[in-house]
Design a protein. Structure first.
Ligand SMILES: NC(=O)c1ccc[n+]([C@@H]2O[C@H](COP(=O)([O-])OP(=O)(O)OC[C@H]3O[C@@H](n4cnc5c(N)ncnc54)[C@H](OP(=O)(O)O)[C@@H]3O)[C@@H](O)[C@H]2O)c1
Length: 436
């Protein structure tokens, strides 16, 4: 029977999971491919002698990427290195040599997706990327195939497990972000350099992978409103709860007809909203579409085996295409074929219309609240609720929290620009957006 040869670039967390899953489920995979099998032929890494998470024949391992890219037997290359370079160069080289590509790399696709998909179309090869968003949650397939008949209006998602773990722990334990982050790093739940996760960039990369599938337009990371978790304090969780909300690290994409909105930030969401109960490292994507209405996709968004499920499922799908001689005709079909992509206007962050949570640290004296309310009013921001709590302490600011009715982001930012410079305002105002 036919064997499909696969080459791996990378044998870290995900690469090791791929090796294990292909071995553990070899019989089932052969069955699903009508008797054909999938075999790993070569694995390129940086350091040949490094201890590995799985047993691999040493003869498969090489530090020469060309031993994978230049092997004519290899039909599918799995790029599991991460980052933009050298991953981009290797993926383009694989495509140029007529190999199909499976990648888990959102940073690569967010920055160079257009170039890669165009090259793949021209060469007539497949590029699959299910693992790039949501780990094992098959959201790419759901958007590309399951919802191919529908029109997506809005996507709201938790796609960074580390951020969700940090905010969930803050909610449950009331401890500061820095303390929980340090513990998570010590236990290996968070990267030594947490900025991709904590500052929102990993989620922004994933949103840039999802937006073309949802709304048929290209988007660059620089066009996304991105805010991370830093600056959120335990007190914000207490106020959020009092107002009936939880704080979640959301990505939001919305079709406004004339334009598309794209943003990533910690957000207050009502306790009754489905995403409010997505806790810890779990991911979930909520989609609102014209005919289906609401649907949600939930599961483990990272980790060796969950991510391997997505990569190996892509390998099986590409293998099916190869066996059916239809490879190169199906990847990204529906909304990613170049002819179907439209250049659409991405909304400027200032155009956002939202409700806001504003936490002020002010001097405790009469008239301050009226001054804040007056300045907000002058900028067409009307207040929904105001709460001032806690004991007066000599020399310390008092906390005043305001939630607003719907207002324009540019007006809110302009008002805060003035408010933060007032002598009566002792701390930079904390702004969080409310999703209703
Ligand atoms: N980890 C997850 O849970 C997860 C989830 C979803 C998506 N992803 C994505 O999956 C990809 C891989 O992530 P990972 O966690 O498996 O990363 P990782 O553990 O850091 O592994 C990276 C692998 O790439 C190899 N490598 C690095 N530079 C190379 C080069 N220039 N040439 C050849 N090999 C090179 C490394 O070799 P050495 O081992 O010799 O150093 C290592 O085996 C990334 O795009 C990531 O965003 C990861």
């Amino acid at each position: 029977m036919r064997t499909i040869s696969v080459g791996l670039l990378g044998l870290g967390n995900v690469g090791s999971g791929v090796v294990k899953l292909l071995a553990d489920n070899a019989d089932a995979i052969r069955h699903r491919l009508g008797g054909a099998s999938v075999a790993i032929r070569r694995i390129a890494v940086r350091e040949a002698d490094k201890p590995r998470l799985v047993d691999v024949q040493s003869s498969l391992i090489t530090t020469d990427v060309n031993a994978v890219l230049g092997d004519p037997e290899i039909e599918i290359v799995c790029e599991l290195i991460g980052g933009e370079e050298p991953a981009r160069t290797h993926v383009l080289e694989a495509i140029a040599r007529g190999k199909h590509v499976v990648t888990a790399n959102k940073a690569l696709l967010a920055a160079h997706g257009e170039e890669i998909f165009a090259a793949a179309e021209q060469r007539g090869v497949d590029v699959y990327y299910e693992a790039s968003v949501g780990g094992g949650v098959p959201i790419i397939r759901a958007l590309r195939e399951g919802l191919a008949s529908d029109r997506i209006d809005e996507l709201v998602a938790i796609v960074n497990g580390t951020s969700n773990f940090l905010l969930t722990t803050m909610t449950e334990e009331g401890r500061p972000l820095e303390e929980i982050l340090k513990e998570a790093q010590e236990k290996g739940y968070a990267e030594a350099d947490p900025s991709l996760d904590v500052d929102g960039w990993d989620a922004a990369h994933k949103l840039c992978v999802l937006i073309p599938l949802c709304f048929g337009t290209r988007i660059r990371v620089a066009q996304v409103l991105v805010e991370g978790l830093r600056g959120i304090e335990p007190i914000d969780f207490r106020y959020a709860e009092r107002f009936g909300y939880v704080i979640k690290p959301l990505v939001i994409g919305k079709d406004h007809g004339d334009s598309v909105e794209a943003r990533v930030h910690p957000t207050l969401i009502p306790r009754r909203f489905m995403l409010a109960s997505v806790n810890g490292v779990y991911n979930a994507v909520y989609v609102s579409s014209y005919a289906l209405g609401s649907s949600m996709y939930y599961g483990r968004g990272a980790g060796m085996m969950p991510t391997a499920v997505a990569v190996v499922s892509d390998v099986i799908e590409v293998s099916r295409n190869v066996l059916a001689s239809s490879a190169g005709g199906t990847s990204l079909r529906a909304s990613r074929r170049r002819g179907e992509m439209k250049e659409r206007r991405i909304r400027d962050p200032g155009e956002l219309s939202s409700r806001y949570y504003l936490r002020f640290g002010v001097v405790d004296k009469p008239g301050v609240l009226a001054q804040l309310a007056g300045l907000l009013g002058e900028h067409e921001i009307s207040i929904s609720e105001v709460v001032q709590e806690g004991q007066r302490q000599e020399g310390k600011p008092v906390t005043v929290v305001v939630t607003t009715h719907r207002a324009l982001e540019r007006n809110v930012q302009a008002a805060l620009g003035i408010i933060n410079d007032l002598p009566t305002v002792l701390e930079k105002t904390r702004l969080l957006r409310i999703f209703d």
